[in-house]
Ligand binder design. Structure first.
Ligand SMILES: Nc1ncnc2c1ncn2[C@@H]1O[C@H](COP(=O)(O)OP(=O)(O)OP(=O)(O)O)[C@@H](O)[C@H]1O
Length: 635
């Protein structure tokens, strides 16, 4: 932390400190200043949460792992106490063969206890190994169940996004680590307890000696974990920027532009700044962790020497006999091994627990952002509407300082083609997403034949709506999967949708036809041109039998002939449905039943093409501007 502040004041260039400030503002101070007490208080709830997770993943394996370790502890005590009897027999007066014979029963007990303990630990270890992948899968499934269910607006929220990255990248893998180390902590604690009980049985005064060696090792482990977490948290924003830069420099998609714009030096320079920052922090942390570890080891050595001195004194003044002292040394050594393992695993548990905490916190956060369930009365699948109306709708994106839409009202009737036009950033896409139920307005209502959209279950509602987004996803799947998109595959429908979108020509040109894989990262995969991809996306829109079909800039990448043909087909597709068409090609919206002209988030004008032209307002201006461009080119 000190290094950080020093750098911010002195040699960090401005753009680098931009990263730092972003990180610094989102800092969770209390996690970074956690001491031994905090950890001790945190561990029980952590252990409980981890065991709950393990139990949900597989109750039998969890029970076997825990019970195996606990019962093994009983055999440890048994073996240590029996060792004292062995030593007492061996150190007694008399001929050696007699002494060995006398020690035999205790020796057999020690051997049996050791064997059984080993078998139990092996069984517990096997159960534990089985648990790991099961827990990992459970954690990942839960995370994806939530990330695919939260409201779309959550993805526009920087804090939510950061929390999701931390949960996905560190939280999920560390969930399995937390379960693993929880059981290891139980194992270590049982081992220490067994040694302590054995020492207590040998002589009560020996018990506290074991604990003396625990303090320095515990301090070092906790401090090291804390330093590591500080570094991770400090660098979370910087790492995100580094991943982004590494994608820009080493992925296929931006490769051409990196060269065309001669961006190499700029990107490497940006990368260098982030990498310098990361390296500085990591080296600083490594140096401080090494110093802490060295101090911890030194103090543990001093404490162990002290324990042996005390043992020697007790022996010298006759408080304990030699056989007990011998067994005590063994118990202390056994206890120390368990103690070291316990401290190390506690350290790992605490460290992983912080990330696991991020995971649990994110799951909680995500649950809060799942849209509320609909009213039971209206939860059925919506019937095709006669009228879809948005009334006085206002919507502001999370973190935005002004609304993207203000007091917007529109009406869509069945069988209509309704066009949304307007300049860049005027709110067309936002309005379309609200009509599709992807975002919820903060003010105003959207009614599907008089029923508020909120009353429908989101998934059910969206089955009745088809959205072809402007920035549609190029799914790395086959052509068929790209168009069918999880709906039951029907060949006739597929062919009709492709023909309507002009994608049939694209499919005909691919060796695998509908089964061609559209991802060049896999052997035999294909890539398509922008216009070809757009035809596939439009076919997706035609394939879904939806009451409301939204085409957002469906022809932006199409050639003139394909564009003309597509607008014709879109009009044909409106029968029994409603089409919302967003486009800047105003010639194509002339035949729309109604045109809404958006301007800075409000509806500036509405009407048919003829009405709007007669009005001589914004629409007429934009239309004339486009038309004159064509007129100029044609003498
Ligand atoms: N995810 C987002 N988070 C914050 N602001 C956004 C987001 N998406 C859009 N905006 C803002 O909302 C406003 C409306 O954007 P929208 O995409 O709806 O405009 P548009 O009319 O579709 O523009 P274009 O013609 O360029 O596609 C813009 O000011 C834009 O910057």
């Amino acid at each position: 932390m000190r290094l950080w502040r020093r750098r911010r004041r002195t040699d960090v260039p401005d753009d680098r400190s931009g990263l730092v400030v972003a990180y610094w503002e989102s800092h969770d101070e209390h996690l970074l200043t956690a001491g031994l007490g905090t950890i001790a208080r945190r561990l029980p709830s952590l252990v409980a949460a981890a065991l709950r997770m393990a139990w949900q993943a597989n109750p039998r394996d969890t029970a076997v792992a825990l019970a195996g370790n606990l019962v093994a502890g009983v055999f440890t005590v048994f073996g240590l106490v029996a060792t004292s009897d062995v030593l007492a027999s061996l150190l007694a007066a008399g001929p050696t063969p007699e002494r060995v014979r006398a020690a035999l029963p205790s020796l057999l007990l020690v051997a049996a206890a050791t064997g059984l303990r080993g078998a139990l630990l092996a069984g517990a270890g096997w159960a534990q190994a089985r648990l790991k992948p099961q827990v990992e899968r459970l954690a990942e499934t839960r995370l994806f169940e939530l990330t695919t269910q939260v409201e779309l607006a959550a993805f526009d929220d920087h804090d939510f996004h950061n929390a999701m990255r931390r949960a996905r990248d560190s939280g999920v893998p560390d969930t399995a680590t937390v379960v693993e180390t929880t059981i290891a902590v139980v194992t270590g604690a049982v081992g220490v307890l067994a040694s302590a009980v054995a020492l207590g049985l040998l002589h009560p005064i020996l018990m506290p000696l074991l604990l003396v060696t625990a303090v320095p090792a515990g301090w070092a482990a906790v401090r090291t974990a804390r330093l590591g977490y500080q570094a991770f948290y400090r660098l979370s924003t910087a790492r995100r920027r580094k991943f982004m830069l590494s994608d820009l420099m080493a992925e296929r998609q931006p490769a051409a532009e990196v060269r065309a714009f001669t961006l190499r030096d700029f990107l490497l320079g940006q990368y260098g700044k982030v990498a310098d920052l990361e390296q500085d922090v990591q080296l600083d942390v490594a140096r401080r962790q090494a110093a802490v570890k060295a101090s911890g080891d030194l103090l543990t050595g001093v404490a162990t020497a002290g324990v042996y001195v005390v043992l020697g004194v007790l022996l010298a003044v006759g408080v304990i006999p030699l056989s007990v002292a011998g067994a005590a040394v063994l118990a202390i050594r056994t206890g120390q091994v368990s103690l070291t393992a316990l401290v190390q695993t506690m350290n790992r548990l605490y460290e992983a627990g912080l990330y696991f905490g991020d995971y649990l916190a994110f799951c909680e956060l995500a649950r809060e952002r799942i849209p509320a369930p609909p009213l039971p009365a209206a939860a059925a699948e919506p019937a095709p509407f006669r009228r879809l109306t948005a009334e006085h709708v206002t919507f502001t994106y999370p973190g935005a300082d002004r609304p993207a839409l203000s007091d917007v009202s529109v009406t869509l009737g069945r069988g209509e083609v309704v066009a949304l036009v307007g300049e860049n950033g005027s709110g067309k896409t936002t309005l379309a997403k609200l009509l599709a139920g992807l975002y919820r307005p903060q003010h105003g209502t959207i009614h599907w034949d008089g029923v508020d959209l909120d009353a429908f279950d989101g998934e059910t509602l969206r089955r009745s709506i088809s959205v072809i987004a402007q920035d549609h996803t190029r799914w790395p799947l086959t052509v068929r999967e790209n168009i069918v998109m999880g709906r039951p595959p029907e060949d006739d429908r597929l062919a009709a949708a492709c023909a309507a979108a002009g994608a049939d020509e694209v499919v005909a040109g691919l060796a695998g036809g509908y089964d061609a894989l559209l991802d060049r990262r896999f052997r035999g995969g294909h890539d398509l041109s922008g216009g070809q991809w757009q035809r596939i996306a439009v076919a997706r829109g035609f394939y879904r039998d939806a009451a409301l079909v939204i085409f957002d800039e469906p022809t932006s990448a199409l050639d003139a002939r394909a564009e003309h043909a597509l607008f014709e087909r879109i009009r044909g597709h409106a029968e029994g449905r409603t089409i919302v068409l967003i486009t800047h090609r105003l010639a194509s919206v002339r035949y729309a039943d109604r045109i809404y002209v958006l301007d800075h988030g409000t509806v500036a004008e509405q009407g048919t093409h003829a009405e709007l032209m007669a009005r001589e307002g914004l629409y007429a201006d934009l239309y004339e501007l486009q038309a004159s461009a064509y007129r100029q080119r044609v003498p």
